[in-house]
Design a protein. Structure first.
Length: 335
């Protein structure tokens, strides 16, 4: 279709763009800039993906969404030397699933609204955007191998297999139901929390409690921003102006206190503090990703699940009564 925009109810209006892995941050920023030339509604999904809402772009560019995807790919290759995989669909789930089906190095795949169910049905369940390896494994154990079969299973059964929220989400998305809008979001900066000491300290208990307090602050900051960290950087500052900096990656992106605390303690242990006189500590979440990109995994660790429920409850209390209303007992001495 050329010369006039197609009706938004018969064409896919959500674009999901996948760039090559390990894309340099500056190149990724340039990719986002190119996307804003198509539409002002761009949601960064760092480190290498993005969402674009195309409803307004259809009216402006006077063409269909597939041609916009092809035009974008040509621009990326010619201007940045980067090929991209573009998925187009009526929802975020369909567009993201489509882009993953495009073979590397690049291409465009469009799924129109009326074909969503037929297109999704033969795909393996692990191909559905948001289904992680553990969820796929649980579904396979019960003979659910395709998205079509998942859509045919009653939602209540899927909830029993995957858990309440995860089951409802998987069941809806297998049917092409995903009401989430594309939310404009620029490439986020890293998230940093820090604490300085009124006077240098050697006491290990105070240092450990301070680090735990920073973990709690960082976790809450990431969750409020809808982000997860792939890595943590710990910076220790000493008298005389010297500093020690070390970065380690998390096994999986996370914004949960449990995961951040375990890695933060590993970093602190790696510092091997003995007689160092600390003047400050900083904890930074690095290589941030949108929390929606992190697949919800099944956990058989009931204690961890209980802590996650408690974490969500404490977030609600802090939102209502302030950040210092509740927290680990060990942090009270450094608050």
């Amino acid at each position: 279709m050329t010369g006039r925009a197609a009706s938004a109810d018969v064409v896919p209006t959500v674009m999901h763009v996948r760039c090559p892995d390990r894309l340099p941050v500056e190149t990724y920023r340039q990719v986002l800039e190119e996307l804003t030339e198509l539409s002002p509604v761009v949601q960064a999904l760092p480190p290498s993906a993005a969402l674009v809402e195309l409803k307004g772009a259809l009216r402006y560019h006077g063409t269909d969404t597939r041609r916009l995807g092809e035009m974008l790919r040509v621009r990326m290759i010619s201007r940045l030397g980067v090929d991209v995989r573009v998925g187009l669909g009526p929802s975020i789930t369909v567009a993201a699933t489509a882009s993953a089906q495009v073979p590397e190095p690049g291409g465009v795949l469009a799924v129109v609204p009326g074909q969503v169910a037929d297109w999704l049905a033969p795909l393996p369940v692990e191909a559905l955007h948001g289904i992680g390896p553990r969820q796929a494994g649980a579904l396979h154990e019960y003979g659910v191998h395709t998205v079509g079969r998942l859509a045919a299973v009653s939602p209540s059964t899927v909830q029993r297999l995957l858990g309440g929220k995860a089951g409802r989400t998987a069941s809806d998305r297998a049917r092409g139901i995903d009401p989430r809008p594309v939310v404009p979001r620029a490439l986020p900066s890293s998230a940093t929390v820090r604490r300085t000491f009124d006077r240098h300290t050697l006491e290990g208990a105070i240092v450990r409690a301070t680090l735990l307090d920073l973990v709690v602050q960082l976790g809450r900051l990431l969750r409020r921003r809808g982000q997860a960290a792939r890595a943590l950087t710990l910076t220790l500052r000493f008298t005389g102006g010297t500093s020690w900096v070390k970065t380690r990656r998390l096994t999986e992106p996370s914004a949960h206190d449990d995961d951040l605390r375990a890695l933060a303690y590993q970093l602190m242990d790696a510092a091997g503090l003995q007689r160092g006189r600390l003047t400050g500590i900083a904890l930074q979440g690095e290589d941030l990703v949108d929390a929606e990109q992190v697949a919800q995994q099944i956990s058989l660790d009931t204690a961890r699940e209980a802590r996650l429920v408690a974490e969500a409850a404490m977030d609600r209390i802090r939102d209502r009564f302030g950040p210092d209303a509740i927290g680990p007992a060990a942090t009270r001495r450094v608050s």
